[in-house]
Design a protein around this ligand. Structure first.
Ligand code: GTP
Length: 313
């Protein structure tokens, strides 16, 4: 009898905006013809990336409102993995939230094995390192350190935006935290995918430990709804005012003369591009300063746009 092939399970980590969805979309293209499942973990309760990924011929589950490594969602994650194990995918990719601390991933894999049997071959944690923002984030955030410490492959993204010297600096910083992981360089999600054929588990560095994700450390997430088109220049002015208080802004918004656009803000970089998605206007803000950001969002909107806007939790 032919032996049943296991599903290769990869976990993608990397801070907010580091390029996880961009890499995932390219990987899915590369693996076309294979049976692929995706579990997507968004911090906000609306799966913004879900809207982008659903266009592809893949099966997807979303786990929102927090980190899959936090005790608040860990059980849902294990159950989702158990559910997906029945589908006999060739590959299952888990895109964890940018604020996810995967220090306890081994423990989660053991729980899945206890429930679902050995249907998965846990094939490694791939951590995306944002070439532009990583060094600053590293100083501010334990999560970024943990994501790297617990990965098997680090992929430096946005290589098109930095020079060789910066890449060398980044490699040195990575090595201080994880001396053995494999390191690759990516441009818009494209890099050497030979890791798919290798045993990444050989590059395991850290032992499993408690995650820092908890209900208490969960940052404030807000959703903005506007039912009219805004002027692009005014939207940019609004964003410039509020960016210092935010980790990340993303979503869809109607822009005058352009129609529905996909909005992405990472660090100080604002990207606005036309979208073919048929989605309602909704934008997610992840706060660095807790609920204090609400007042700033309303007053900056009033100043630059001057029309009614709804913010929801
Ligand atoms: N120039 C450049 N931009 C990139 C690259 N990779 C990602 N981006 C851009 O960076 C922004 C964030 O990319 P995503 O793929 O959405 O990042 P993410 O890690 O999934 O974001 P979260 O889900 O919020 O954590 C988008 O505007 C991307 O187009 C890259 O290699 N080069």
């Amino acid at each position: 009898m032919e032996e049943c092939k296991k599903t290769k399970l990869y976990v993608l980590t990397g801070f907010l905006g580091s390029g996880k969805t961009t890499v995932l979309l390219e990987l899915i293209k590369k693996l076309s013809g294979k049976r692929i499942g995706v579990i997507q973990n968004e911090f906000g309760k609306l799966g913004i990336d879900g809207a982008i990924l659903k266009n592809d011929d893949i099966e997807m589950m979303e786990i929102n409102r927090g980190s899959i490594f936090c005790s608040c969602l860990k059980l849902s994650f294990v159950q989702a993995l158990a559910e997906m194990s029945k589908k006999d995918f060739d590959y299952l990719f888990v895109e964890s939230s940018g604020l996810g601390d995967p220090s306890n991933v081994d423990e989660i894999m053991k729980a899945v094995e206890a429930i679902a049997g050995d249907k998965y071959e846990f094939s490694g944690v791939v951590c995306l390192v944002d070439a532009i923002n990583f060094i600053e984030q590293l100083n501010d955030l334990e999560t970024v350190n943990r994501q790297l410490k617990h990965c098997h492959l680090a992929v430096i993204t946005k290589s098109d935006l930095v020079n060789k010297e910066r890449v060398e600096n980044l490699k040195n910083e990575i090595r201080k935290i994880n001396p053995i992981c494999k390191i690759e360089l990516s441009n818009m999600g494209i890099f050497d995918y030979s890791f798919l054929k290798e045993d990444l588990m050989e590059y395991q560095w850290a032992e499993s430990e408690d995650t820092t994700n908890s209900e208490e450390t969960k940052p404030k997430t807000l959703f903005m709804e506007v039912d009219y088109a805004v002027e692009e220049e005014k939207l940019i002015e609004f964003l410039k005012d509020v960016i210092p208080e935010l980790y990340r802004v993303k979503g869809f918004i109607e822009i005058e003369g352009k129609g529905l656009c996909q909005l992405d803000v990472v660090g100080e970089k604002i990207d606005i591009k036309s979208s073919r998605d048929n989605k309602e206007s909704k934008v997610v803000f992840i706060s660095k300063v807790g609920p204090a950001v609400i007042k700033s969002l309303f007053s900056a909107w009033e100043k630059h746009i001057g029309k009614k806007m709804k913010l929801k939790n």
